[in-house]
Design a protein around this ligand. Structure first.
Ligand SMILES: [Cu+2]
Length: 399
């Protein structure tokens, strides 16, 4: 046991590379993501709304056999989240990442898929995703362009997505994804980084949009996947199915964290039973109207990539004035349960970007950097990135 533990511990210490979602913020309430640095090593990980994955290296999904790998659904060997977050249709979710490498340009996409009775038990291979957000090339004035990913970085490594008001209430998986196109000029070069959260969406919408299986979202040769971003391109078509008509494009902003919430557990549509903290539910509910009111958005399609979108980001985003969501939090959430409320009085808008621990030496270009039995370093020298070819072998390739 101790031997295994040591192996795991050394693995833990060498975790590095791309990034992961640390948490999501809804109306000021922060909910934990899947903590890749500790949860995979626990016999029983904490209950969170994020789907689990052993993808400790944070690397892209294996697409060596095409973009049909079930890992593309919700990340490497993803397992259903044990909890969910209740959110109102129309609410905005701020997905907060660790620092995203600025070499990794590409689109940011968000999808929803209905789970039916329960996202905790649904078979992920049956989930049918419809796209609610897709931001690709924002500014093409200088190669390789400014992309959704770059907006995310500029937005404090976070991304704001709005749950469409028009969709029917129910249990949904939010599939949030970054695509890196730096190697996309050759087939299989586009890197996909999907992560999922389970949501219970409330509201009075009625739409049940048709979706696409996670293993059928993309093809290796479609325009948004096979593309050379180091040659000037006039336009870019965000890959995947067309954008759901009820989706809205919103101005990017960060969300200040004013409280922490815990994922709910148990079934039941409509009633948020077994909520661990009174804080979370109370806040989320009261803030709903404000969030809706603050949606100063211009509808846009997924293929729109104009400079104006970019500038609107810049102007709208002043770090000292966090998004309107914050104002709702001035009403202190009713802390019905003593000790469960972790109210933060100051507005800390920054996602805690964990600096990858640097232990040992980074692997040189073309050296092994991972694999099931690999006990060496999983980080690559500067300019190289650890690419997973299969569960048994990862290699440092040019970033
Ligand atoms: Cu990479």
């Amino acid at each position: 046991m101790s031997r295994n533990f040591l192996a795991l511990a050394s693995f833990l210490a060498t975790v590095s590379a791309h990034g992961h979602v640390t948490n999501v913020v809804i109306n000021g309430v922060s909910y934990a993501g899947w903590d890749i640095n500790s949860y995979p090593y626990m016999a029983e990980a904490p209950v969170v709304a994020a789907w689990g994955t052993p993808n400790t290296g944070g690397g892209p999904m294996d697409v060596s056999t095409g973009y049909t790998n079930p890992d593309l659904i919700c990340s490497l060997n993803a397992t259903n989240a044990k909890g969910y977050i209740t959110v109102a249709a129309g609410d905005k979710i701020n997905v907060q990442w660790t620092a995203w490498p600025d070499t990794h340009h590409g689109p940011v996409l968000d999808y929803l898929a209905s789970c039916g009775d329960s996202c905790e038990t649904v078979d992920k291979t049956t989930l049918e995703f419809f796209k609610i957000d897709g931001v690709g090339l924002v500014d093409n004035s200088a190669v390789p362009g400014v992309w959704g990913d770059d907006e995310l970085i500029e937005n404090n490594n976070s991304w704001m997505v709005q749950i469409p008001e028009s969709i029917a209430p129910g249990n949904y998986v939010l599939r949030h994804e970054l695509i890196a196109l730096h190697g996309a000029s050759s087939e299989g070069g586009a890197q996909l980084y999907p992560q999922c959260f389970s949501l219970q969406i409330t509201g009075s919408g009625t739409d049940e949009p048709a979706g696409v299986l996670g293993t059928e979202l993309y093809t290796a040769t479609e325009a948004g996947i096979l593309v050379d971003i180091y040659n000037s391109i006039d336009s870019y078509t965000v890959p995947g199915p067309t954008l759901y008509s009820g989706a809205s494009s919103i101005v990017q902003a960060t969300s200040a964290i004013t409280a922490t919430g815990e994922a709910s557990t148990g079934g039941g549509t409509g009633s948020a039973t077994a909520t661990a903290t009174g804080t979370a539910t109370a806040t989320a509910t009261t803030a709903t109207t404000t969030a809706t009111a603050s949606t100063t958005t211009a509808p846009a399609t997924s293929t729109v990539s104009t400079t104006s979108a970019r500038s609107s980001l810049v102007t709208s985003q002043s770090p000292s004035a966090p998004s309107s969501v914050t104002s709702t939090s001035t009403t202190p959430p009713t802390t019905s349960l003593p000790g469960t409320s972790t109210l933060v009085s100051t507005t800390t808008s920054a996602p805690t970007s964990s600096t990858p621990p640097s232990t040992g030496s980074a692997q040189a270009l073309y050296d092994q950097c991972g694999g099931l039995t690999w006990e060496g370093s999983t980080s690559c020298a500067q300019g190289a990135t650890c690419h997973k070819y299969n569960p048994y072998y990862s290699q440092c390739i040019s970033a």
